[in-house]
Design a protein around this ligand. Sequence first.
Ligand SMILES: Cc1cc2nc3c(=O)[nH]c(=O)nc-3n(C[C@H](O)[C@H](O)[C@H](O)COP(=O)(O)O)c2cc1C
Length: 177
Amino acid sequence: MSEIDPNALRRALGDFATGVCVVTAAPDADERIGMTVNSFSSVSLDPPLVLFCVANTANALAAWKRTTHYAINVLAENQSAISNRFARAQADKWEGLAPEPGVTGAPLIPGAIAHFECAAEHQYPGGDHTIFVGRVVAFDRPRPNAEPLVFHQGRYRELTHQHDIAVPADALWLLGW
Ligand SMILES: Cc1cc2nc3c(=O)[nH]c(=O)nc-3n(C[C@H](O)[C@H](O)[C@H](O)COP(=O)(O)O)c2cc1C
């Protein structure tokens, strides 16, 4: 195995386009945390599990480990400013925002396309990150027709509909997706 160049690896991983989410939680009555992630992934439909990864250097890592619930907010294409806001270590990421608490008490980002509220289920070591697996206990899609914010090669993108190709309806490899 050849030596892995971290910068080259980062560029190669950036070839994989993702959506952008803000993960939010209220670990205590007077504490709200939130961070932008593109490591969100669906894991399982039954039971309904999702995951995201937090850098072990994140300021709020201890709070993420402690919180019993969190919400994953899928950002719309007009929310790059929200993404930037929650990607900076700053005193109050929430200033001027009026998040509604969801059924789990996690603060929901207004204007998001979808919210997945989760009960914290597992934490796994993942190298320089920690992997958080949550069980979806509630979700909603307040803007089902809004376009998603896309992240690719370190830049925000928007979807183009010039290429809009259906996958075969009988595709067994989709396994229910
Ligand atoms: C598009 C995008 C995706 C990101 N994805 C992740 C991620 O999956 N995991 C992570 O730990 N940080 C990710 N970050 C960086 C965090 O959002 C950033 O470090 C944040 O300030 C951490 O919050 P804290 O240090 O205040 O706890 C991402 C940033 C951007 C802009």
